[in-house]
Design a protein around this ligand. Structure first.
Ligand code: AMP
Ligand code: MG
Length: 415
């Protein structure tokens, strides 16, 4: 039997077609880490802005050290941060520190170890540095070059480059606001935990894990609360959560008689783009736009909610942040245990990937129940098991999606 629903790539395509980068705002440099630049940044000056020493030693003229040892007259000293010394005449040397401006006329810095300082002179006994150790003006970058193209992600190194160019604020796409509404008669917040102990309720873990995911993706979560399984209550909650760039609900998207998300979408005049994807977990995902706003109806199961977030919501947030490359990367892994699936869906199995001398190896985190959130917590990757085949022997190569910023750290220093 072929399952109904869209292929996951179609799901991503439809959702991304409904989102656009948010308006641009200017933020202080340090607030821009992880954001995406809205406009390119052109270097306002060259860095280093002058020729500078790359060693502690003596600035000299290469032509003066034609034969070593030799003795030069010391005419000054330039510590880092000091003014450039007067132009260097023949047979002269200036004592200089790393980073300090090299005087005009000098084209060489002889490292200190190759010298013997006297009172007013210096003896130079090796010439291996002839013509060396002077960093050219603009060695790092020249005035007028594009330092960072539009749409580049602001990394710690980029922050350092921008700082060195004197740029203290940047234009980025403002982080999208993401409203989250959880639905389910059984759900309470942690402060209602007594009801869990009484055996009546469960904690709405999605009300905690999904905002955390939003923040991790670079968005701003807005708490739309928990609603009971009732169309009016759900509609009221959605009305109250509309001040956002993306609306996310969890739960109520399946075929149960108390699953009202799609009914409410239709009642509110939302344009339902699709329901159901040929994936596990997360099959019953639904997507609509309401007054132009994307509304992603995630399934309630805690693992399904997080996996579908990773596959479809994070890329949407990244697109709103202005990124061009929004999909998770994949990498090859060898499975260390046999894997059996239904064969008619793409499965995203929670896996622990380890780096070994023979490449990346994957094992499952144990139960793949979409209610077992610990399987997601322990995973550092999602193993992609494509539609079509039911059984895979240990040793098979598949692909995996890393979870978290660093997928699988190694136990050995990289060589
Ligand atoms: P649903 O998608 O509403 O059919 O819910 C599927 C399963 O996920 C049920 O076992 C629910 O109790 C559970 N569930 C729904 N919403 C949440 C939530 N916000 N947090 C934790 N579990 C949930
Ligand atoms: Mg429910």
């Amino acid at each position: 039997m072929t399952r109904s629903g869209l292929h996951p790539a179609e799901v991503a395509g439809i959702i991304l077609a409904s989102v656009a980068p948010t308006p641009v705002e200017h933020v202080p440099l340090m607030a821009a880490l992880g954001a995406v630049l809205a406009h390119e940044i052109v270097a306002p000056l060259s860095v280093p802005p002058w020729r500078s020493a790359s060693m502690d030693g003596y600035a000299v003229r290469a032509s003066d050290i034609g034969s070593v040892p030799c003795r030069l007259r010391v005419t000054g000293e330039t510590p880092a941060g000091a003014d450039r010394a007067a132009p260097l005449g023949p047979e002269e040397a200036v004592k200089i520190m790393t980073g300090a401006p090299v005087p005009e006329g000098a084209d060489t810095v002889i490292r200190i170890e190759d010298t013997e300082p006297g009172t007013e002179s210096v003896d130079i006994h090796r010439d291996r540095d002839r013509g060396r150790n002077v960093r050219p003006l603009g060695e790092d970058f020249r005035a007028g070059v594009v330092l960072l193209p539009a749409r580049s992600r602001i990394t710690p190194a980029a922050i350092g480059v921008l700082a060195s160019a004197g740029i203290s604020s940047v234009a980025i796409h403002r982080p999208p606001t993401v409203s989250l509404v959880a639905s389910g008669d059984e759900l309470v917040r942690i402060d209602g935990f007594q009801q869990v102990l009484d055996g009546k309720r469960i904690v709405s873990s999605n009300s905690y894990s999904l905002p955390a995911m939003v923040r991790d993706a670079g968005g701003l979560p807005r708490d739309g609360g928990i609603t009971v399984d009732d169309p009016v209550a759900l509609r009221n909650a959605i009305d109250g959560a509309m001040a956002c760039d993306i609306l996310i609900t969890s739960g109520g998207v399946s075929v149960g008689e108390r699953d009202f998300t799609r009914t409410v979408m239709a009642d509110m005049g939302a344009d339902i783009k699709f329901w159901r994807a040929r994936i596990r977990p997360g099959g019953p995902i639904v997507f609509a736009t309401l007054d132009g706003r994307p509304w992603i109806g995630l399934p309630g199961n805690p693992v399904s909610a997080l996996v579908t977030f990773e596959l479809f919501v994070r890329p949407a947030i990244l697109r709103m942040l202005g990124a061009t490359h929004v999909f998770p990367p994949t990498f090859p892994v060898t499975i260390d245990e046999p894997v059996a699936v239904s064969g008619d869906l793409t499965h995203y199995l929670r896996a622990i990937v380890t780096t070994t001398a023979n490449g990346m190896h994957a094992r499952l985190t144990g139960t793949q129940s979409s209610a077992a959130l610990t399987s997601m917590m322990r995973a550092n990757a999602l193993l992609i098991v494509p539609e079509g085949r039911k059984e895979y022997d240990a040793g098979t190569r598949l692909r995996a999606i890393p979870l978290g910023t660093v997928p699988a750290r190694s136990d050995t220093f990289p060589a």
